[in-house]
Design a protein around this ligand. Structure first.
Ligand code: ACO
Length: 327
């Protein structure tokens, strides 16, 4: 019998502290009205000085394991998609695996910007179908507000912190990971970049003064590529799965901008009720946004079987990906 991969547990965690648009009005030249109209964001959750990405990832993973009914000894690998690891090295995944008490299992980070979680699910599916693992935890976790330039009104209004995790198993029942489409294009990597701190431009006093350790973004160009990439990823994933877009029950896309989500939904011919949106509460949490939304949708009963769900994301790289999940 063919092996399959199923999502059998979900969890998420956001920090308690909330930053409102009214708070941002006091920090930069912006208005609540502009932010809501142009992005759909009203609040975002932000970490304090003591909290790092692994802290959020740990709690999300605990919830995912609990909802899957997994003991620590059941987990065979942990993978984390993040652009804001606790450290450049060691990986956040190693820290989380140890704090979960998983013993000496393989654990590693990977980086695909906001597409991180979709890339993670595709990796998990491949590992499970190959027979290498039967049970993997996939995490998308970020503290984007730690690398936000709070003087840049074009970007600082967008970001929030959070983590989401799923337990992926070779045994159902659950959300079967179906067909997908993914890709990247380094030709447009400069649209979204944290310029310094890597081997190209190591940290110096000058790089810090120039805010080169924060997010640099060409918002309007990113927007255009995002709309195209999300639409095409969804349509190609559906085509690969062999189901028409009229059979999609729910779209859970990366929560970058309400207008991008809306454009993707329109391309699929979906009504507003068929799209999960929580960007108003959390802002853009990068790799964490889809697993946070997935966990909320699960707990709200929106994924009760049978359901055809499509996940779609784009992010720094540029990267993109869409995957069909069949509950
Ligand atoms: N408040 C008020 N006015 C603003 C603000 C603000 N916060 N930000 C920009 N403006 C102004 C601009 O200066 C500009 O003014 P001008 O016309 O006088 O020059 C005007 O608003 C329009 O600016 P645009 O950049 O054209 O606005 P746009 O509608 O494109 O919205 C936004 C900007 C929200 C950034 C949008 O382009 C977007 O969401 N892009 C995608 C961003 C994204 O998804 N990035 C992913 C990053 S996550 C990651 O991978 C780490």
């Amino acid at each position: 019998m063919n092996r399959e991969a199923y999502i059998v547990g979900t969890g998420h965690c956001v920090p308690e502290k909330i930053l409102t648009n009214a708070d941002l009005e006091k920090m930069v030249d912006t208005t609540d009205q502009w932010i809501v109209e142009r992005t759909g964001i009203r609040t975002r959750h932000i970490t304090d000085d003591r909290t790092a990405t692994s802290d959020l990832a740990l709690e999300a993973s605990r919830q995912a394991m609990e909802s899957a009914g997994w003991k620590p000894s059941d987990v065979q690998a942990v993978i984390v998609g993040t652009v804001t690891p606790d450290h450049a090295f060691p990986s956040t995944a190693c820290l989380v695996a140890t704090r979960l008490g998983l013993g000496r299992v393989p654990a590693w980070d990977f980086e695909a910007g906001c597409t991180g979680f979709v890339y993670g699910l595709i990796q998990a599916k491949a590992f499970i179908l190959s027979g290498l693992f039967d049970r993997i935890i996939v995490i998308g976790a970020e503290c984007l507000t730690k690398i936000t330039n709070w003087d840049d009104r074009t970007s600082c209004i967008l970001f929030g912190d959070g983590a989401g995790a799923v337990a992926v198993s070779s045994q159902g029942p659950g959300g079967r990971l179906g067909s997908f489409h993914w890709g990247s294009d380094g030709n447009i990597s400069d649209l979204l970049i944290q310029p310094a701190g890597g081997s190209r431009e190591p940290a110096t006093c000058e790089t810090v003064k120039a805010h080169k350790h924060t997010i640099w973004m060409n918002g309007s160009e990113t927007f255009k590529h995002a709309v195209r990439a999300m639409r095409d990823s969804c349509l190609l994933a559906l085509e690969n799965e062999g189901i028409p877009k009229s059979e999609v029950d729910l779209l859970i896309s990366h929560q970058a901008n309400w207008r991008i989500i809306d454009a993707t939904a329109r391309a699929l011919g979906l009504s507003p009720e068929q799209v999960y949106v929580n960007i108003d509460r959390y802002g853009n949490t990068s790799a964490a946004s889809i697993p946070i939304a997935l966990d909320e949708a699960m707990r709200a009963g929106l994924l009760a079987s049978p359901k055809n769900v499509v996940l779609a994301a784009f992010g720094a790289g540029m990267t993109w990906g869409g995957i069909v999940i069949r509950w």
